[in-house]
Design a protein. Structure first.
Lengths: 369, 327
């Protein structure tokens, strides 16, 4: 046998050994199939820059036939969907700040006169923090409109006046930076806690620990607490640098922000604990973390507007803590909302944490069987 | 040496440190520990001797409450296990087979951590740690990371940590498998010190010399107890006679002797062959010379005292006859 064929034989030995090991490592083998499958579905669903059916509200001060015609014309574009009605512009602004709707159409009393004068006939109040959402609404600005009484559509520069709130310059950093808090925390918090517990098991520390008087809930809490501080440091870095470098405003109250972040960190750490009760090795913990991270980036509203996603993707998104936190952190940081405005998301995170800790502690028995 | 196992007798009223009745544990179809009966007296060193996978570690985990028995009863220090396992924890020291303290903490930090886990009085902890450090010769290395210690030092650290809270019962799972012979001897000295101080010690091993040091011993194989008793008693009641045969061509002789039904086992030891012959033969040398003269012509035959290894060989593997020596 010459040197070349000897070399081939050795390479062949390694190749077959590698394949054999691969088929025996079930989780990794599963990843080979699941990763392309899930990525394809996620990206296919989530990457949808054609925003449709944005929930918007309306304040109709004119109560005229023309106003109703305008509303139905707008609904026919399928860009927006009128879900709320408010009595006053003040109520409308409040709803935007709370995040109930992305925009509100204000129809003035003198809509008929404006139509005649070829002036803009109504005003959009738009939450500008998500540029993809505001762009979709801005595209409506020159929508042709006729009340039906004119012989032909009137040439008009703009059909609507537009007030862009919170991000008048339409800079995407404004929206990305607070959202990044959620992504970074998801990545690090889940990975740190899951790896920390799995590491103890892998190294054999846990076998000793469980023969001592320490309780499993005590191990869990002791493992979580240090990372809460790690998370708070990371949030300070992201928002601090975002403020200095990218001029991202912090409009909300700091105490509200810290409380919201605290709720999300707890939920993420709980998720990490759950991962650690499933993963057997640090590598598996890492793989599972990535598995959670990808939908958190794609479906949470961080990259693509939540409203643009099909219902199935929205259901998945609702199950992820990151989705709830992105809503909260954008509301607090950009729109100056308070936790009171964000109760559903806050309660969801708290509930997730409590149930998660119970589930993790019961899965983590102080036994080996 | 007095024999605690015999001294205490077998009266039912005896209070045992560890008592198991029919302790069984199976994983799926595999029975790791099969109807194990144990009675281990207080303040003795009791050994589990057996090959890897014989159920030593599983038995220890059942006794500490880390595993739930599939059947049978386990009582440790008067407590029902696993029901009262949490109560046992404070009175139990456990040393795992693999070093399970933190590699990235120093010797001192590891001990302090364990002291806090056991809620030891913080005023006396410093003193306690200092005395453990000097007792286990770790004083000069107290600021070293545990991961940077040698095998023997690590073992001493693990023992120092396991005995920090002065447990009544110490369970050591193959504590010396990664330790050189000299450190092993030191380690056993420490165990005898602890035993003199009143600690009951349960230790597993696959070294004969270590097993011989135990007060009591259970020889295990395939999850079953093949024999138990004190080492002296086990050797006395071997149920076979041992001879050593010299000469050339020992490999061939071993093969030929192995075919005889009266020969229990043969093993070459340097220049001689160690042969276990069933008890039924009264005088093995005479028997060999009379019935198999061709095999032992020009060879010297000595009758020798049985060793623990002979006991082990006799009651495990294909030689396991019924339930072993003691029954």
């Amino acid at each position: 046998m010459n040197a070349f064929s000897q070399s081939l034989q050795r390479i062949g030995a390694i190749v077959f050994k590698e394949l054999r090991q691969l088929t025996r490592d079930r989780p990794t083998f599963g990843m080979i199939v699941m990763v392309p499958l899930i990525q394809l579905l996620l990206f296919g669903f989530a990457i949808n820059t054609n925003v449709r059916d944005l929930p918007v509200g309306v304040v109709d001060l004119s109560h005229t036939q023309t106003a109703r015609a305008l509303i139905s014309d707008l609904a026919a574009t399928q860009v927006v969907s009128f879900t709320e009605t408010y009595q006053t512009p003040r109520q409308a602004e409040d709803a935007i700040r709370r995040g109930h709707v992305h925009a509100v159409l204000i129809i003035p009393e003198d809509i008929g006169q404006r139509l005649q004068d070829q002036r803009p006939i109504a005003q959009w109040l738009i939450d500008g923090s998500d540029t993809m959402v505001s762009n979709a609404l801005l595209a409506l600005q020159q929508m042709p409109f006729a009340s039906g009484f004119e012989a032909q559509p009137i040439a008009r520069k703009n059909t609507f006046e537009i007030a862009l709130f919170f991000n008048p310059e339409r800079r995407s950093a404004i929206n990305i930076v607070p959202g990044l808090v959620a992504i970074v925390l998801t990545m690090t918090m889940v990975m740190f806690t899951s790896a920390a517990l799995v590491r103890e098991r892998e190294r054999g520390n846990l076998e000793l620990l469980i023969t001592t008087p320490v309780r499993s809930s005590e191990i869990m809490i002791g493992k979580i607490v240090p990372y809460i501080f790690v998370g708070l440091i990371q949030v300070s870095i992201i928002l601090g640098l975002g403020h200095v470098i990218f001029d991202v405003p912090i409009n909300g109250r700091l105490d509200q922000l810290v409380l919201g972040v605290f709720a999300f960190i707890s939920a993420s750490l709980t998720l990490g604990l759950l991962v650690s009760t499933i993963a057997k090795t640090q590598l598996q913990a890492m793989q599972l973390t990535v598995f959670l991270l990808i939908p958190s980036i794609l479906l949470s509203g961080f990259m693509f507007p939540y409203e643009g996603m099909p219902e199935a993707a929205q259901w998945i998104a609702e199950a992820l803590p990151a989705t709830h936190f992105i809503r909260m952190v954008r509301a607090i940081v950009l729109r100056g909302a308070t936790l009171e405005d964000l109760q559903p998301d806050l309660w969801w995170l708290i509930g997730f944490t409590i149930l998660g800790v119970i589930a993790a502690a019961s899965r983590f028995k102080k036994r080996l069987d | 040496m007095t024999d605690p196992l015999l001294d205490k007798g077998q009266d039912g009223a005896q209070d045992w440190a560890i008592e198991t009745i029919g302790m069984t544990r199976s994983f799926g179809d595999f029975v790791a520990v099969d109807k194990l009966d144990l009675r281990i007296p207080h303040k003795t060193i009791y050994g589990f001797l057996g090959p890897n996978g014989c159920g030593k570690s599983t038995s220890m985990r059942l006794i500490t409450g880390l595993l739930t028995p599939s059947a049978g009863r386990v009582r440790v220090l008067g407590m029902d296990i696993p029901e009262q396992a949490e109560l046992l924890r404070r009175r139990l020291g456990y040393m795992t087979q693999k070093f399970s303290l933190y590699d990235d903490l120093t010797v001192q930090e590891n001990l302090r951590f364990m002291a806090q886990i056991y809620n030891l009085e913080s005023r006396s902890v410093k003193q306690l740690i200092d005395s453990q450090l000097s007792r286990y010769q770790l004083n000069e290395r107290k600021t070293r990371l545990a991961g940077a210690l040698s095998g023997g030092q690590r073992q001493r650290l693990a023992l120092a940590a396991a005995t920090l809270h002065q447990p009544e019962l110490l369970i050591l799972d193959e504590p010396t498998s990664a330790v050189d012979p000299e450190n092993r001897r030191d380690f056993w000295e420490k165990l005898f010190d602890l035993c003199d101080g009143g600690t009951t010690i349960l230790v597993s091993t696959h070294y004969m010399d270590e097993a011989e040091r135990c007060h009591g011993l259970a020889i295990m194989e395939g999850g079953v107890k093949r024999a138990d008793g004190s080492p002296a008693q086990l050797m006395r009641e071997l149920g076979a006679k041992v001879v050593e045969i010299d000469g050339e061509n020992l490999r061939l002789l071993k093969q030929q002797l192995g075919e005889l039904p009266e020969v229990v086992s043969t093993a070459q030891q340097g220049t001689h062959l160690r042969v276990l012959i069933t008890e039924a033969i009264n005088d093995p040398e005479n028997w060999l010379r009379t019935f198999h003269p061709a095999l032992v012509a020009n060879r010297q035959i000595h009758s020798v005292r049985p060793s623990l290894e002979d006991v082990f060989v006799h009651c495990t593997g294909s030689n396991a006859i019924g339930q072993g020596a003691r029954q």
